[in-house]
Each structure stands twice: as C-alpha cells, then as structure tokens.
Write a protein that binds this ligand. Structure first.
Ligand SMILES: [Zn+2]
Length: 321
C-alpha cells in the first residue's frame, strides 16, 4: 500500500489516499475486475465527491496467464519498481512483460490476455483500421471484447465521443501471416506494444504488406469485372427471351440463370477469396461501424483526450485525470 496525494480538479481540495502499488490477479476474478473497472485507480474527493482516475506506478501480475504489466511514467525505472514488489520466480524469463503509459492501455492488455489475443497483432490491426478510415479525427482505438468471430473496438474521437467498430477476427490471422516471428515474445525484455510498435512493424514489413495489397487489389478488380460481365449477359438474355414479361416471371428466369452459372464461378471465387484473405492494409481487415455512445464520465473523457493515437511520440503525461 502506498500513500498518494492529488489535488481535486473540481474544488482544489487536496485528496490523500492509500492504494495498492501492485496486485496479483492470478485466478482472482475480483482483483481482475477491480483493475478492469479502473476502481483501483479511483480517488474520490471527500469534499465535492468528484471521482478522479489517478495514473500512478502500478504492477499487474497474473501467473496463470504469465503476464506482468507495469503502468509507468516516462523515464521511470521499471526494473527497480518491480524489484521493490518482491516477486517470486523467474518471471522475466517466462512472462509477457509490458510497460504501459495509461490506465486504458493497461485495461486493454488485461482484456487481451484474458481473451488469448496477441497484443502485437491487435496493435497492427488497429493501425490498419485507422489507416482504412477516412476520418482523421480518430484519437485512439482500444480492444474491448471478442464477440464470436468479431472483435469489438472502442474508437475514441478527437471530441471525446466514443464509437464502436467491429473487425473480423480473420484480420488477425492475416497479420500473423505477414511476419509471425515479429509477433513473438521478446524474452527478458520489457516491451512497449502500442501504436508506435505497430508503425515500426508496418515500416519493417511494408514491402510484404504492399505486395499482398496490390495482389488483392488486382483480384478485386478482376472479380468486379467478371461480375459486371455476368450481370450484363444475364440482362441481355432476359431481355431477349421475355421482353414483355411481367416482373415476377423475369425474376424466375434470373434465378435459373444464376444457378446454372454458379459452379463455374465458385471455383474462381474460392481462389480469389484465398488471396483476399491475405490482404491486410484494407478496410476488409476492419469491417466497421455501428452504434454510438457518449463517454460516461468527464474524467474518462479527459483521459482519452490525453491518450491520443500519437501518445507514443512520448507526450504521455504522468496522470490521466
Ligand atoms: Zn473536490
């Protein structure tokens, strides 16, 4: 337990609080939940009841998942901080070691490991999602949940709004196919896996990404042309056979034609689809958009504003509040 003092942003009252510096969440759903719900970072002002989320040095440990995550400010000596927590075992050798700079990043890492999802692959997927979007007002994207074969993402806009987007889980497989080795754990090393990491991955594998991208583009073009041709042929035949037929009859003829043409088309489509699967730097990676929901708390809004997509350019501050 450690003592913290912060100033209330609403009434300037000085809040003194005692909170845990480290938690062990191994097979402990309550602890996990407290971190995921950000309750361990909450500080309520006794004077005005305003709730603050305090970004402070924090260690999250899960021996079952072999995860060791440290929430640290820039320049903080992570090894020294961890040593102070007196952990047992050779964690550095076996664990996934991550340094995060914000509460949101920490929560995301926990949600990912709980869902058995590679956080490096997710960072790349998020980067592709942002690149595929024309909207440049996206501040940040966070993994939220795995819903069947869909990945639910929280999209934080520049004005603080939070949108929900979905990405196909297949997108992750495609990313792995680009460079599987790069997504492995670096043993003995604290890693910061964020948008900057994803950009480095992109730059290092750009040739392969472009190669696949161009291939898919070509295939899509060919597919569209074939489809256009098929529709034209069908249209011509319908007109030729029953020029004065009622709409219902026309439809019947159309269906028959499609059935006849189908087998030929399927073989081609399967091949094309296979290539398309490999495509990464495209919207297909992230099928998107659905509902829109406002960010609930002002404090959260503030934190998301600071946690921008460019935060890894070393502009992150010590507190999110
Ligand atoms: Zn207050």
């Amino acid at each position: 337990m450690k003592k913290y003092t912060i100033e209330c942003t609403k009434c300037n009252n000085v809040i003194t609080q005692t909170a845990e510096e480290a938690v062990n969440a191994t097979r402990n759903e309550d602890v996990k939940k407290r971190v995921i719900m950000k309750r361990v970072f909450e500080a309520r002002c006794p004077k005005c009841q305003n709730i603050h989320f305090v970004t402070r040095p924090f260690l999250y440990q899960d021996d079952e998942r072999r995860a060791l995550y440290v929430l640290a400010s820039e320049g903080m000596d992570v090894d020294r901080f961890v040593k102070k927590q007196n952990l047992k075992g050779n964690y550095k050798k076996q664990y996934s070691l991550r340094v995060v700079r914000s509460i949101n990043q920490l929560v995301e890492k926990i949600l990912l490991v709980e869902n058995n999802i590679n956080d490096k692959a997710i960072e790349v997927l998020k980067l592709f999602f942002v690149m595929g979007e024309k909207n440049s007002n996206i501040r940040n994207v966070y993994f939220e949940e795995l819903e069947g074969n869909r990945i639910r993402l929280a999209v934080i806009m520049a004005d603080g709004r939070q949108l929900t987007a979905y990405a196909d889980v297949k997108g992750l497989e495609r990313i792995v196919s680009i460079n599987k080795k790069a997504l492995n754990e670096k043993k003995h090393e604290w890693e910061e896996v964020n948008v900057k990491w994803a950009m480095d991955f992109y730059n290092a594998n750009e040739a392969e990404i472009n190669r696949i991208g161009a291939l898919v583009e070509e295939q899509t073009k060919r597919e569209n042309e074939a489809l256009k041709k098929l529709l034209e042929e069908r249209k011509a035949k319908v007109e030729e056979k029953k020029p004065t037929a009622k709409k219902t009859t026309t439809k019947k003829t159309e269906t028959k034609k499609t059935e006849k043409k189908e087998p030929k088309k399927t073989t081609k489509k399967t091949a094309e689809k296979k290539v398309a699967e490999k495509k990464v730097a495209e919207k297909k990676v992230a099928e998107k958009k659905v509902a829109e929901k406002e960010t609930k708390k002002t404090t959260e809004k503030k934190s998301t504003k600071k946690a921008t997509i460019t935060e890894t350019k070393k502009t992150t501050k010590k507190t999110d509040k």
